[in-house]
Design a binder for this molecule. Structure first.
Ligand SMILES: Nc1ncnc2c1ncn2[C@@H]1O[C@H](COP(=O)(O)OP(=O)(O)OP(=O)(O)O)[C@@H](O)[C@H]1O
Length: 410
């Protein structure tokens, strides 16, 4: 029986999977006796860790490329191919389309519908609209219980409506103004890896206050482009790339860049292991660290409280960050990236894994921030996020000679 279970971004999917396999839920008791494979981003992260720490290349035995250096789409394919070589009777899929471009989502759906005729699929989804057409029974995991829906229509009706944020975005303590007209300037920048051309003659200027969406299919070079801005990639050296008025490779340090940048990508949370309160986590955005390592000032605490009020978390300022759900952590980390109104804010696929309710709130927050602040915003996403209002899109269009860039005014 192919099933879909709607979960929220608060749900700890690993715990839910464990309880499903242990037969805690009557509706899924049959899972106890099954060979179960798991298809999720967390599983991919686990295999990457195995590769890095133990040098085990389970998913990439027949590939010249490491799992870590693969794009999200390539990683998903590697995991799916691995799972399909085993003899599982059931596959549990956790948000299988996260990080995939529209074409890959279509291909994966076709593949899963075909697999769903042979083995059982249990989909754990934060977005109701992701449920496969071949799904036969629909559930929701809410208040620690599993509830059954009468049919697909009732299940789909759970999707929330668009929301707006009424509060003004809090002003920063210090305004970071740069006396320049262009924050970032790529002029005919090209990148290749091991002879494979990824980016070709990219020209892109980001000016103060602009709201961009960066789009492109899996592997088109979005992260490669962003990594040249954040300093995570050395591919910008020797090219015509200007970051905050400084030509790349002319003495700028990673700290100079960090000061001017707000950045959030969900992987930051997966790698973060520290113990900090939510309040301190937010304030750490003013100090360019993840987690606070000094006593916060009264002004900083006041500012954090204003942000927590926007996030509807003001009563929880002293809770520990690691105790939050995935969705709550995302919101706190996004606000952390916004708190100092950096000249440039980069949000890299921030809504992956969030549920429909939270996505609506998140989109409203980003729209509001882009509108109220003087920060430029670059928002990376495969999905056309309903309600998001970027002014311009930078589209990467893959060709045999690497991706070309195209600017679209929305
Ligand atoms: N360090 C590396 N070594 C080899 N190849 C790499 C490396 N980094 C990126 N690539 C390759 O460059 C291409 C672009 O990767 P990138 O991660 O920038 O794409 P992306 O558009 O961000 O993809 P996705 O949407 O899937 O995250 C991919 O084919 C990827 O495998």
């Amino acid at each position: 029986m192919n099933s879909a279970i709607l979960i929220s971004s608060q749900t700890k999917s690993n715990d839910l999977i464990k309880s499903l396999k242990q037969g805690v839920w009557r509706e899924f008791e049959w899972l106890q006796n099954e060979e179960v494979g798991i298809f999720s981003t967390q599983e991919i992260e686990r295999f990457i860790e195995e590769e890095e720490i133990h040098d085990r290349t389970t998913l990439t035995e027949n590939s010249a490329q490491s799992l870590k250096s693969m794009s999200s789409g390539e990683r998903k394919n590697a995991l799916l191919n691995y799972l399909l070589q085993r003899t599982f009777q059931t596959l549990i899929l956790v948000n299988p389309y996260d990080n995939l471009d529209t074409e890959k989502v279509g291909l994966l759906k076709t593949k899963l519908e075909e697999i769903g005729n042979r083995i059982q699929l249990v989909q754990l989804l934060t977005r109701a609209s992701d449920a496969l057409e071949i799904t036969q029974s629909y559930f929701c995991f809410r208040n620690s219980t599993i509830e059954k829906f009468a049919d697909r229509q009732t299940f789909l009706r759970t999707q929330a409506n668009h929301t707006e944020i009424a509060n003004q975005i809090p002003e920063p303590i210090e305004v970071l103004e740069l006396p320049i007209k262009t924050l970032i300037s790529f002029k005919k920048v090209s990148v290749s890896f091991n002879g494979k051309q990824v980016l070709q003659n990219i020209c892109w200027d980001i000016r103060p206050g602009e709201f961009w969406q960066l789009r492109g299919p899996n592997g088109s070079g979005k992260s490669t482009l962003l990594n040249m801005i954040t300093g995570e990639s050395h591919k910008g050296y020797g090219q015509d790339l200007t970051l905050f008025g400084l030509k790349k490779g002319h003495g700028e340090s990673i700290w100079d860049i960090k000061e001017l940048l707000g950045y959030f990508t969900p992987a930051m949370i997966d790698r973060f292991r520290g113990y900090h309160t939510i309040e301190n986590m937010l304030i750490s955005g003013l100090h360019d660290s993840v987690g606070l390592y000094q006593k916060p000032s009264h002004k900083e605490q006041e500012l954090a409280l204003q942000w927590l009020t926007i996030l509807n978390m003001s009563s929880r300022k002293n809770d520990y960050f690691h105790q939050l759900s995935q969705g709550e952590k995302r919101l706190v980390m996004t606000a952390r990236a916004m708190i100092k109104h950096p000249p440039l804010l980069i949000l890299d696929e921030p809504t992956v894994g969030l549920d429909d309710n939270r996505i609506n709130f998140f989109v409203a927050l980003v729209n509001k921030f882009a509108h109220d602040s003087r920060s430029a915003v670059v928002y990376v996403s495969h999905r056309t996020e309903k309600g998001l209002r970027p002014q311009k899109c930078f589209d990467l269009l893959p060709t045999k000679e690497g991706s070309k860039g195209l600017i679209n005014i929305t």
